[in-house]
Structure formats: structure tokens, C-alpha cells
Unconditional design. Structure first.
Length: 300
């Protein structure tokens, strides 16, 4: 996790660049696969912005109104919408995003840069393979609420809980896939998978309780399904059985902890729910192909 406030960073090709560069005040924080960047425009004068990056970009415009301007997302018609406070935009990786505006009020937006290949978003292997559609100035309450929760965590990084941030990040990915309309997750739901609200609730719950045993009946109750129906629907939506998914999330949590040299392998095993180091090592190796000790050694 890295936090910084760097006006020069906006000129980097991996984030939105502003002209003039000093018109935007930026504050950013990065977690695995996700960068949250708060942007405030400091003067009421014309400015331009542009990006073509290998990451997806979700924009939440908390305060945005212009006297004049144009916004272009590659693959969509040019927009001259003047009032777009409370609206979202989504620019898939590789699509050009460009615009200019003469602000009516001092713009305040949040950028969410999403690495489509990050392991956090690809437990079932579908996020990176999804061909996302660009969207400009749209409304979606579920996606807005998830983005707002992530923004709140980014604004208080010293209090942010990594497990909660990971859960919210995964929910963000699910919401984007649902929004996409023709992605694999919707096809799975149509063929008997879990509904979007069920996927969100389960992902958040598993991440929040990743270190303890969670029974099939407990998860089925959260989804309001019978255990047998739930097990089939979960595998259909997540691409893996509930127990295997839970174990994969434990291992991902362990990987993050192994980057901390002050924690022993035994302590980390206990932290992610294993009472014995041997069982932790066996589970970690089954998922990753190497032991926790070897994984830590490869970090050096």
C-alpha cells in the first residue's frame, strides 16, 4: 500500500494527465490491483485531460458541472453534457479517454484504476477475459455505493482494513461485470448461478471471516438457498466450489502477510486460520505449488 500526493504523477502515462498540470490536486493510494485517486480542480479555468492506459478506469463524479466542454471515450459518441454530478463513467483498458471543459464549479471526482490481471479479481478467471464496454455519464446505485465505500477507506488509510478493502474491490469487479450486460457472470446467472446481490454478500462475508471455518450451511443461509442448490449455484458463478474459493482467499491473505518479515510463518498460519504450521504449508503449496517459506524467499 502506497500513499502520496504528487502533482507530477498526473503526467505519467498510466494515470489521467491534465493540462495545465497544476490545475488538479491529487491524492492517491494503491492496494493490490487497485489505485484510488481523489481529484480536485483548483481553479475555474479551461483544462484538458487525457488517458490511454493498460488498466480499466472507473470515474465517480461527486461534483461536476461545466459551462462548456466535450468528453470523448473511444467507442462512444462525443458528449457535451454539462451537469454530471453523481454520475459514473467507465473506460476499459486500452481505450482513449479525452476531454476539455470550462468548469462552472470546482470539479471533484474519484478515479478507480483497476488492473484487469490482478489475482484479486481473477479467482474464477473471468474478469481478465471479459471484454468490457465503455460507458459515459451513467447512473448505477450499487456501483456508486461500492465506489463510495472504497473512497472512504482510501481517505483514511491508517484505519483501512485490508480484508475489507479486498472484499470491496472484488465487489467492484462483480458490479462492473454485471453492468457489462453480456459477460460470463450474467450468462452463469441465467443458467442457474447466483444473483448479483448473493455474489456480493458472499464475497464480502468470506473475506471478512477468511481466517475461520465457514460451513456450507452458513453460506447457503446468507444466499437464502438450500445447501445443495447453493453449492451448485456457487460453483456456477465463482467457477470453483465454496471450500476451494475460501481456501484460495486464505492463501491470498497469507501472501500479503508473508511480505512482512516481522511475522513468522507459524504466526501467519495462525492468522489465516491454521492451527498447525504443517497444515498451513500443505494448503499453501496445494494452491500455489510452493511452500510459504519458498514464496517468502522469492519476494527478496
Amino acid at each position: 500500500m502506497a500513499e502520496f500526493n504528487d502533482p507530477v504523477a498526473s503526467r505519467h502515462s498510466r494515470v489521467v494527465g491534465f493540462t495545465p498540470p497544476d490545475i488538479a490536486r491529487q491524492r492517491a493510494i494503491e492496494w493490490d490491483g487497485l489505485r484510488v485517486e481523489s481529484i480536485r480542480i483548483t481553479r475555474r479555468e479551461r483544462f484538458e485531460y487525457e488517458l490511454t492506459a493498460p488498466r480499466h478506469l472507473l470515474i465517480a463524479a461527486e461534483r461536476a458541472e461545466r459551462r462548456d466542454g466535450e468528453t470523448l471515450v473511444e467507442g462512444l459518441p462525443m458528449s457535451t453534457l454539462r451537469k454530471f454530478s453523481g454520475r459514473l463513467s467507465f473506460i476499459p483498458a486500452g481505450h482513449r479517454f479525452y476531454g476539455w471543459q470550462d468548469p462552472q464549479i470546482l470539479t471533484r471526482v474519484t478515479y478507480f484504476y483497476i488492473d484487469p490481471h490482478a489475482s484479486l479479481f481473477n479467482a474464477e478467471g473471468s474478469f481478465a477475459a471479459t471484454e468490457f464496454k465503455p460507458r459515459l455519464f451513467f447512473l448505477n446505485q450499487d456501483l456508486w455505493e461500492t465506489a463510495s465505500k472504497l473512497k472512504a477507506q482510501a481517505e483514511n488509510p491508517e484505519l483501512a482494513q485490508r480484508g475489507y478493502v479486498n472484499a470491496l474491490s472484488m465487489v467492484l469487479a462483480y458490479e462492473l461485470m454485471r453492468l457489462n450486460g453480456d459477460d460470463a457472470s450474467l450468462g452463469q446467472a441465467a443458467r442457474g448461478g447466483l444473483a448479483g446481490w448473493q455474489q456480493r454478500r458472499l464475497a464480502e462475508y468470506i473475506e471478512a471471516h477468511v481466517a475461520r471455518d465457514i460451513s456450507l450451511g452458513e453460506l447457503a443461509g446468507l444466499a437464502r438457498l438450500s445447501p445443495s442448490h447453493f453449492a451448485r449455484a456457487f460453483k456456477q458463478s465463482f467457477g470453483t466450489p465454496p471450500h476451494r474459493y475460501h481456501m484460495a482467499r486464505r492463501v491470498e491473505r497469507a501472501k500479503a502477510l508473508l511480505a512482512r518479515p516481522d511475522l513468522s510463518v507459524t504466526t501467519i498460519g495462525l492468522e489465516v486460520g491454521f492451527s498447525e504450521t504443517s497444515s498451513f504449508s500443505a494448503a499453501f503449496r496445494k494452491v500455489t505449488g510452493i511452500t510459504p517459506t519458498d514464496f517468502r524467499r522469492n519476494l527478496d
